[in-house]
Ligand binder design. Structure first.
Ligand SMILES: [Cu+2]
Length: 629
């Protein structure tokens, strides 16, 4: 969970019942892959007839747990989650008839002239209403409805899946795309160890491993429209490739970026009610994933299947199940088939690294701590538990072989975050990375695994656990990875690598206790020493478990200036490498590089980091002195 946000919802008295009307109609709800537009388009007019009604939803596949919810159906068809897709060319007149077959009044958003959540109508139980709007600016929009008094972005229960995408296409040729709508259904339970009852998070109505498998061929390009109609933000992360962010919207407006505004990223945060459009090209074959980087959003916390191990104080620590992976929720699997036989042959490794996974009991209360340790280092022989793990410095274009030696009691897997890997086997997602005949498995305790890759781009990256992430990451299994070349050097004089995570795992995601934010493993780091007038590169890495982090460089209460230079390891184009206030709010999975010129000596300078303000909860910030010499 993004704990603080759900906690904020909890304080607002979220109803724990499903929130939807009680009439039970056992119609199965279909998952909607958002490929088929609803309605009839004739002479510039789309006529569509929708109905909100009760049904039974199977977010974990037909044999999984069922949830009775309200959903939209196209008249005469099965209800769908997400609701039927409204997709029209710009200028189309959309005429929608919406019938409320529920026993409670339905507040419907998105079918008015201004769309989004600015525009609502209330439809009485068993009444119908006709609405129309003209499709204006091309982009990604949505409709949504509720039967409870909470805002659309506060729905958790039986009305939380009353959602659908609206896409307005430009005239002329339309590039192929896919539409992914994120939703959340759940119940809080003050008696459960996690604070949660059952929760599911879904993409197009399904939770991993039941989400759609996206089939591509090497060289194909992909365009994703993502709509977040859940109560929580999600930093969406693509493995193995950069995507280009082409548009961002809020359901009311969609801003299609100009060429100068487009940027590369591997992680993009999407808040509740927001939309985004991403494009990328699958230039390398293999099995990859596109997932939310809040570790709780791909953990058992969002599994309805209690048999899979709803987290409890013991099961949380040891996911020694027979399942090949521990992911649930917001994950899409992408299979890229090789095109011809032009796969690059792996070059002989020029450099070998041993990376140990170490564990020590009772580091965070009764929970164990973990650490990555560089084989052959002083930490290796001393038995130390360095957190973060060693900063791995690799050379662009130089092949590396990393042998991961699992000395812990849990299973292990390492993901090379942001690296454009030539072979997905190295990507670190057990049960998925690699290929059907060479599937990556988690590394059992006492075992080891060697992976090979050649980083093609210089920049700031990271490595982290991709097994039991909700526990292993906040408990120490992460480190920075810097790829250098002649234009992108790294020196202890000019570079400051700051890695943000958590001081241990969370058990109860609603009540806490919540771990403090750490900077380079410390909740109260020592002062930072800088030399007056010198140029520094700040490399900021967020690998918190489940929440964003805030960072700023200050002179007293005023914020200093810095220049943005890279995002997620990719250099920014000149149009975006701009001077700006030295303050950053960023999510797990995001990495930023900034150039900063140290001010003159004598002032009171500080670095401030921690938990940002979330809704009604105050910010929880730590101040670190900057000593300018
Ligand atoms: Cu998420």
């Amino acid at each position: 969970m993004s704990l603080a946000i759900l906690a904020a919802l909890a304080c607002c008295g979220m109803p724990s019942h499903t929130g939807a009307p009680q009439r039970h109609v056992p119609t199965a709800i279909e998952a909607n892959d958002n490929r088929r537009p609803a309605g009839t388009l004739r002479n510039g007019v789309l006529t569509v007839s929708l109905e909100a009604r009760m049904g039974t939803w199977y977010p974990e596949g037909p044999n999984g747990k069922a949830v009775d919810i309200a959903a939209f159906a196209e008249a005469g068809r099965l209800p769908q989650n997400p609701g039927p897709l409204i997709r029209v060319p710009v200028g189309t007149e959309v005429r929608a008839t919406v019938r409320n077959a529920l026993d409670a009044p339905l507040t419907l958003f998105g079918f008015g002239a201004s769309r989004g959540v600015t525009d609502s109508v209330i439809i009485a139980p068993h009444a119908s209403r006709e609405m129309h709007f003209r499709a204006g600016a091309p982009g990604t929009y949505y409709y949504a409805a509720k039967t409870t008094p909470v805002p659309i972005a506060g729905r958790l229960g039986g009305d939380s899946q009353l959602n659908g995408a609206i896409v307005i296409d430009p005239t002329g040729a339309v590039a192929a795309d896919r539409i992914f709508l994120i939703s959340l259904w759940g119940r809080l339970d003050s008696l459960s160890p996690t604070g949660l009852g059952n929760v599911t998070m879904t993409i197009n109505g399904l939770s991993w491993p039941h989400t759609e498998r996206l089939e591509m061929t090497q060289g194909d390009s992909a365009r994703y429209r993502v709509v977040n109609l859940s109560t929580l933000a999600h930093p969406m992360h693509l493995h193995g490739f950069y995507f280009r962010v082409d548009a961002r919207g809020d359901g009311i407006h969609d801003s299609l970026y100009t060429h100068a505004q487009q940027r590369l990223a591997v992680t993009e945060l999407i808040a509740p009610g927001q939309t985004m459009m991403l494009a990328w090209q699958a230039t390398r074959p293999g099995d990859w994933i596109f997932h939310c980087h809040f570790a709780g959003h791909l953990s058992t916390l969002v599994s309805l299947d209690n048999m899979s191990g709803m987290m409890d104080s013991t099961g949380a620590m040891r996911h020694m199940s027979d399942r090949p992976h521990q992911m649930y929720g917001l994950v899409l699997g992408i299979h890229v088939a090789p095109h011809g036989s032009d796969m690059a042959a792996a070059a002989a490794p020029a450099r070998h690294i041993r990376l140990l996974v170490r564990e020590r009991p009772n580091v965070y209360g009764s929970a164990p701590g973990y650490a990555y340790v560089l084989g052959g280092s002083a930490d290796d022989s001393s038995g130390a538990m360095p957190v973060p793990g060693p900063t791995l410095v690799l050379e662009r274009g130089q092949p590396v072989a990393v042998t991961i030696v699992n000395q812990s009691q849990d299973q292990a897997a390492v993901h090379w975050h942001g690296i454009e890997l030539e072979d997905s086997y190295a990507d670190g997602v057990p049960g998925w990375s690699g290929s059907a005949d060479n599937l990556l498995q988690p590394i059992p305790p006492g075992d080891s695994l060697t992976v090979h890759f050649t980083p093609p781009r210089a920049g700031t990256f990271m490595y982290h656990s991709h097994f039991n992430e909700f526990h292993q990451i906040p408990s120490g299994l992460y480190g920075a990875l810097v790829v250098v070349d002649s234009a992108h050097p790294l020196s202890s004089d000019a570079d400051r690598i700051l890695v943000f995570s958590d001081h241990g795992p969370t058990t109860n995601v609603i009540r806490g206790p919540f771990p403090r934010v750490t900077m380079n493993g410390d909740t109260a780091p020592p002062p930072l020493d800088l030399q007056a007038g010198r140029h520094y590169r700040f490399r900021l890495v967020n690998i918190r478990g489940d929440a964003p982090a805030q960072f700023s460089l200050q002179h007293g209460d005023s914020v200093l200036m810095w220049r943005a230079v890279a995002k997620d390891g990719a250099d920014l184009p000149a149009s975006q490498a701009t001077n700006r206030p030295a303050t950053l709010l960023f999510a797990p999975g995001e990495i930023y590089d900034f150039d900063f010129t140290a001010p003159a000596a004598g002032g009171t300078y500080s670095l401030v980091f921690g938990d940002p303000k979330v809704r009604d909860l105050p910010a929880l910030l730590q101040q670190v002195a900057i000593r300018v010499h």
